[in-house]
Design a protein around this ligand. Structure first.
Ligand code: NAD
Length: 350
């Protein structure tokens, strides 16, 4: 078996073109070409020197060992199953698909055909996420009782397929999928016991343009996930609260800091005037009892994702994004939609 993997990309839009660009840089991959339903995107590929197949079947029959699917979301499932049945391994873009039932069909196809099936959860390699993970792993803050993870934009949903239900649009299935996956990865052995979600429809009616999700875990940890598209002033990307300190990761570039209590015994609370009253509880601490600590700054390499896939296909390594993780994530997403629709807390054990 040649060491290089013959790979092709289905759906040559923004993300498909990104995959092609990155795969062209990787020595372990040979990019065979792309297929897109739009003639203009096929033409664009040719202009970029990328071979464009006339049909999916032609692509699947041309010695392609692996495809990455970067189409609209509702096509991930049929294309993935068709590819695996044709003997081709599959990476699907997120969201893997639109329901748990669909996901089970995809997993069944993978088990039946023996083909790799996994999902591009690339935000597991985000520096900000890995920095948050390190703060938790190092127990820097003592017992953590709340994690808030937010992304906030101000442009609504892009005016493309993401605004249409038939294509699996909406922000829960877009950014929500990433943020929930990250939170679940921070809590691998800690089941979600309840989900509460509100969805927003500020800029359009058909699909949600934002979500506010609270997950409670078996150990009492509460995680709050927010995706918003109508915010003209943004809150920090991460806000992590522990018994001995607070970590703020402001953005993807790792601006932020950790504020730690270093002297619990010193009583420095002097009542202050606050608004129309006095408060000691909310009085700011003096520098005698707290100290600023820099963020650990973890840097990652996204190409590790494709390096792992190569390792899976050539050396039998374990795939990083597993079927069980995808199932867990999809169950949480279904609980999010149920909670928002009924405006209730969904109790679960996920
Ligand atoms: N992991 C990430 O960070 C990330 C970022 C952006 C998008 N995505 C995902 O990538 C996918 C594509 O998003 P995008 O932003 O590139 O959208 P896009 O609209 O830019 O591109 C989608 C492309 O797929 C093509 N297409 C649609 N149906 C097809 C089919 N049945 N067969 C072949 N081609 C088809 C369209 O013609 C279009 O060119 C989505 O699933 C999205 O969620 C992931």
């Amino acid at each position: 078996m040649p060491d290089k993997i013959n790979v092709a990309v289905v759906g040559y839009g923004g993300m498909g073109a990104h995959h092609v660009r990155e795969l062209l840089k990787m020595p372990d991959y040979n990019v065979k070409g792309i297929y897109d339903i739009k003639e203009e995107r096929q033409e664009y590929a040719r202009q970029n020197g990328i071979h464009s197949y006339d049909s999916l079947d032609e692509l699947l029959a041309d010695g392609v060992e692996l495809i990455t699917i970067a189409t609209y979301n509702e096509f991930h499932k049929p294309i993935a199953i068709r590819a695996m049945e044709a003997g081709v391994n599959v990476i699907s873009e997120k969201p893997v698909t639109l329901s748990l039932a669909d996901l089970e069909e995809m997993i069944e196809a993978s088990e039946r055909t023996g083909k790799l099936f996994t999902v591009h959860q690339n935000r597991r390699w985000d520096d900000d996420f890995l920095t948050a993970k390190k703060i938790l792993e190092d127990n820097t803050l003592g017992k953590v009782f709340r994690i808030e993870s937010r992304v906030q934009g101000s442009r609504g949903i892009p005016g493309d397929w993401r605004a249409e239900k038939v294509h699996g649009g909406g922000m829960v299935l877009d950014w929500g999928v990433h943020l929930l996956d990250q939170i679940l990865m921070l809590n691998e052995n800690n089941p979600v016991v309840s989900v509460h979600a509100n969805l927003t429809y500020v800029t359009n009616d058909e699909v949600d343009d934002g979500c506010y999700i609270t997950l409670t875990f078996a150990n009492g940890l509460v995680c709050y996930v927010e995706v918003a598209t109508n915010n003209f002033y943004s809150l920090p990307r991460w806000y992590i609260l522990g018994e001995n300190g607070t970590a703020v990761i402001k953005d993807w570039d790792l601006n932020g800091k950790i504020v730690m209590v270093h002297d619990w015994d010193k009583i420095d609370a002097v009542p202050i005037k606050a608004g129309a009253g006095l408060t000691k509880t909310m009085a700011p601490r003096t520098n005698e009892t707290i100290k600023d600590v820099p963020l650990p700054q973890v840097r990652a390499n996204w190409s590790d994702y494709y390096i792992n896939i190569h390792d899976v296909l050539r050396n039998g390594a374990k795939q990083i994004v597993t079927h069980d993780q995808l199932r867990r994530s999809m169950k949480v997403i279904e609980a999010v939609f149920e909670s928002a629709e009924k405006n209730t807390v969904v109790e679960c054990n996920i």
